[in-house]
Ligand binder design. Structure first.
Ligand code: ATP
Ligand code: MG
Length: 607
């Protein structure tokens, strides 16, 4: 008994000692981390540039290089320097926090992917040349992951088999590789980029709707936290049957996506998906007699329109497509463009292809460029806008000839009328009939109800409550982490540089002593630096370079730090320092001992 209590005492003492050691160690590392997190300019690398690099076309790209955030290593691949890395990590933290809050579970999947999974899903062909592949020393070809649907589905099909384990949403923050045809605009479209990708697995569609909404809401929260003004547009899910998909877009003229927006009712969709109200019929028009005219060597709408002095909106183009091995004619107004996604859905085909020259000549009896709907022996599908057009110009199905005053019903029969075109200028909203706006946006995120596309292909099944084997219902959700940064800068800068929101700024405060050879100024700067360093959640950069004040002010503006504290001439005279805000340009004077409190309250109000 006695020995046992002696042992117990010894054990307790040892535990206490261990605890003390751990606490001491933690304090030490905490202090250590505090010491090294804030920064002096001379101890880090912020290579700012006066001039815009010639390679950069858009403001965000120019500023990311000029402010020393990134450097190009090779086409489509960028290094993040210390300042860029600080921002990247802040964005990643926000993304991670909101994913966790939404109940998603973090994983980390390999960038290296075997081709057989992409073969199983049928996406090897879809990715085509975008996929970056290489042969290893044993001759085996692998890919660098462009996305991870197949990998996560493979894991889930192996590890999850009961409805009791569902729903589950996994996410990762990882590098993706795509051999983009046109990498450009810096990190906006690169070959190597960081994506947050998430995948949900549910037992039924009701579950998918819930998982989708959780991600959708998380996206709203995290983009807002990053300081981005975004809009959400309906997107085409690609899958047949019109599954739901939304894209998160930052409206911007440099965006590569076309958005259709209704300024009145708020309808918004991307170009592939957008619908317009039907073009009203002109019932009054008198049908004029058809007349063939010579149009020698004029093939295109513009050439023929220019030659005949007829506006493209009064002309019809006849396009011969091949669907299920059969040629069909698709009629579109001369000023409209066919939306092949809509055409494919109408025909129940994923890909539709234009007929080749030989097939066109066979069907129309004329060389390419002179096709018209009259006398065709194949199915004719007309866009709605064509169905209401009267007295239009069309090809005459004869070399170098067009026909004037063509009219549907009288001159040829339309087999099917459908909405086949992209929304064009002047089109109206299907909801409220207000004129639609066509603008551009940067896609920063995408949420997608996949259904059973991958679970069917890869046989990811679970046993339901009745023991029946059922395909899992999936969703996928992507965010371009680097694009968040680039699009934020695109929207938030002025002629002097970047303007960071507090949430993702590399530093909240820049302490700027104007003369490193003035002991009083340096001492005050050091004191302010040390004071602010002690405030948790506020990151401070001390510009301790022996540079002229003008250079320091310019650089602080260029790198976009929200709050500058200038220890200058005023300090020598009145012991006051100047606090200046990057965004509004407002400035205040503060006594040394008040600086910390003032900065704290500014950070609070600006956040
Ligand atoms: P895009 O149409 O711009 O090529 P995507 O449809 O191919 O985009 P997804 O496959 O849905 O994009 O990827 C999810 C997110 O990853 C996108 O919303 C975008 O923000 C980002 N992203 C995609 N491609 C790139 C790229 N080449 N460089 C940087 N970010 C990218
Ligand atoms: Mg792409």
């Amino acid at each position: 008994k006695c020995t046992r209590s002696g042992k117990a005492r010894l054990a307790t003492t040892l535990l206490n000692v261990a605890e003390c050691l751990i606490v001491t160690f933690c304090n030490f590392t905490n202090n250590f981390i505090k010491e090294i997190l804030p920064m002096k300019w001379t101890q880090t690398l912020i290579p700012t540039l006066k001039e815009s690099p010639s390679e950069a076309e858009i403001d965000s790209h120019k500023l990311m290089i000029r402010a020393g955030l990134i450097r190009r290593i090779t086409a489509g691949a960028y290094a993040y320097l210390p300042l860029g890395t600080l921002v990247l990590n802040k964005v990643i933290n926000i993304v991670r926090e909101e994913m966790n809050r939404a109940g998603a579970i973090e994983v980390f999947l390999p960038a290296l992917q075997p081709l057989h999974l992409l073969e199983e899903s049928g996406r090897l062909a879809v990715f085509g040349e975008d996929l970056i592949t290489f042969k290893d020393r044993h001759g085996k070809i692998s890919a660098l992951g462009p996305t991870h649907e197949e990998i996560i589905t493979d894991i889930v099909r192996n590890e999850v088999n009961s409805y009791r384990q569902l729903p589950m949403t996994f996410y990762q923050i990882q590098t993706k590789f795509r051999d983009e045809t046109r990498p450009r605009f810096g990190v906006m479209r690169s070959k190597e980029f960081i994506m947050k990708d998430a995948y949900s697995f549910d037992a039924d569609y009701e579950g998918l709707n819930k998982s989708y909404q959780l991600m959708y809401d998380a996206y709203c929260r995290l983009f807002t936290r990053c300081g981005l003004k975004y809009i959400i547009v309906e997107a085409d899910s690609g899958a047949m049957g019109g599954d739901v998909s939304h894209e998160f877009m930052v409206p911007s003229p440099v965006g590569e996506d076309v958005l259709i927006l209704c300024p009145k009712c708020g309808y918004s969709a991307n170009r592939e998906r957008a619908e317009a109200a039907p073009v009203p019929a002109e019932n009054q028009a008198t049908l004029l007699p058809m007349k063939e005219v010579a149009t020698p060597g004029k093939h295109t709408i513009l050439e023929v329109g220019g030659f005949l002095k007829v506006s493209p909106s009064l002309m019809v183009k006849t396009m011969i497509y091949v669907a299920n091995g059969q040629p069909i004619a698709v009629l579109l107004r001369g000023d409209h463009e066919v939306n092949e996604t809509k055409l494919g859905k109408l025909l129940g085909q994923k890909d539709v292809t234009l007929a080749d020259h030989k097939a066109i000549e066979q069907v129309t009896g004329a060389p390419v460029g002179f096709a018209g709907p009259m006398g065709l022996k194949i199915k004719i599908i007309a866009d709605q806008a064509v169905s209401v057009l009267r007295n239009f110009v069309a090809g005459a199905n004869k070399a170098d000839m067009h026909t004037l005053n063509v009219n549907p019903e009288r001159d040829f029969k339309i087999d099917q009328v459908a909405n086949l075109r992209f929304v064009a200028q002047g089109d109206r909203c299907t909801n409220c009939n207000h004129e639609l706006e066509i603008s551009q946006g940067i896609e920063i995120g995408h949420v997608f109800k996949l259904g059973t596309k991958y679970s069917d292909a890869l046989k990811a099944v679970y046993l339901d409550a009745n023991g029946k084997s059922t395909s899992m219902i999936m969703g996928c959700y992507g965010i371009g982490v680097n694009r968040i940064i680039a699009s934020l800068i695109e929207k938030s800068h002025d002629e002097n540089g970047i303007i960071w929101p507090l949430s993702i700024t590399p530093y909240h405060v820049a302490v700027i002593p104007i003369n490193m050879n003035d002991a009083a100024i340096v001492q005050a700067a050091n004191q302010i630096y040390a004071d602010i360093m002690g405030v948790s959640g506020i990151d401070v950069l001390m510009d301790d370079r022996d540079h002229r004040p003008g250079v320091k002010f310019k650089d602080a503006d260029l790198i976009g730090v929200p709050i500058k504290i200038i220890i200058g001439k005023k300090f020598v005279e009145t012991k006051e320092v100047e606090i200046k805000l990057r965004k509004s340009g407002e400035s205040f004077l503060a006594r040394l001992e008040d600086v910390k409190a003032k900065v704290k309250s500014l950070v609070e109000t600006l956040s």
